[in-house]
Ligand binder design. Structure first.
Ligand SMILES: [Zn+2]
Length: 62
């Protein structure tokens, strides 16, 4: 998977300083999910877990 592509999505997020307790949401389309693809980014010395729905996961793998 193209980590730069995923990071591009992550950089668009508006970070909420307050912690949130919520279900999984797709990193790309923000759809709520009960199951998600868990993708780990490992960049700049820290790891970030990103969740994708089936549709977006497929798109990311094109
Ligand atoms: Zn999605």
């Amino acid at each position: 998977m193209d980590q730069e592509k995923i990071l591009g999505i992550v950089r668009k997020w508006k970070i909420n300083p307050k912690p949130e307790y919520r279900g999984f949401r797709c990193a790309k389309c923000q759809r709520y999910m009960r199951k998600a693809w868990h993708v780990w980014l490992n960049k700049g010395g820290f790891k970030l877990e990103v969740h994708f729905c089936k549709k977006c996961f497929k798109e990311m793998n094109k």
